[in-house]
Design a protein around this ligand. Structure first.
Ligand code: SF4
Ligand code: SF4
Length: 219
């Protein structure tokens, strides 16, 4: 899941300070779970903007915002409201915001969220949510060798072999609050009777596999 966090309200206001008519777009998937782009957040932001003297021309929650086909449908279905807007404020992730900007290429489209990482949901209630980064989308997955834990994401140095000399009492030298990723990997490998994996010397990542922008076509 793509993890987003709403920008500070002062930043959002700064983005729209010269714009009066604002259309809001949310997303049914990740941004809804992150409580950054669901119905409640759109309604709250719309109310706030109205109090700030802005006119909210309309809002929609796309299913999802990163689907260009959904954004094209929005353009067809809500043409009048969007035409009457000076700006579209996206409460989706960076991918969703770019999809909106691509289809509405004659309109200012701005993000109301910062997109942080790809993560796992570790807690989710009506009041509280917690997410943790687990994968950095490296394009060359080695979870098979590391007992299903990702050193690229869990070790602050992204070390392919570890632990490094900074480990102390199983904690990482970068932060006392952080368990050393390679100690965790070691312990789970031991549990699985796969300790031979820790002896393997892994070479550097093949970053040529990460040429951007990436594309994938399924047939
Ligand atoms: S090795 Fe880590 S960063 Fe790379 S694909 Fe696997 S989980 Fe993601
Ligand atoms: S102590 Fe462990 S987690 Fe921290 S940088 Fe070294 S190997 Fe990575």
């Amino acid at each position: 899941m793509i993890i987003t966090r709403q920008k500070k309200i002062s930043e959002i206001l700064d983005t729209i300070k010269t714009k009066n008519n604002v259309f809001l777009v949310g997303c049914t998937l990740c941004a809804t779970v992150c409580k950054t782009g669901g119905e409640k957040e759109l309604k709250n932001l719309a109310e706030f903007l109205k109090k700030e003297g802005k006119r909210v021309t309309g809002w929609v929650i796309l299913d999802p915002a990163c689907n260009l086909l959904q954004v094209k449908k929005l353009k067809r279905d809500r043409a009048k409201e969007i035409e009457a807007s000076d700006i579209i404020l996206s409460l989706a992730c960076g991918g969703g915001t770019q999809a909106i900007a691509e289809i509405f290429d004659n309109k200012k489209v701005s993000p109301a969220n910062d997109t942080l990482f790809q993560g796992e949901i570790t807690e989710l209630t009506l009041k509280k949510a917690r997410f943790e980064e687990k994968c950095s989308l490296c394009g060359e997955c080695l979870l098979d060798e590391t007992a299903g834990m990702c050193p690229v994401s869990l070790c602050p140095k992204g070390l392919m072999n570890g632990p490094c000399g900074g480990v102390k009492n199983k904690k990482c030298e970068v932060s006392d609050e952080l368990d050393c990723a390679w100690v965790l990997i070691y312990e789970r490998l031991k549990k699985r009777n796969e300790l031979e994996q820790i002896k393997k010397i892994r070479g550097p990542r093949d970053y040529s596999r990460l040429k951007k922008p990436q594309k994938l076509e399924l047939k």
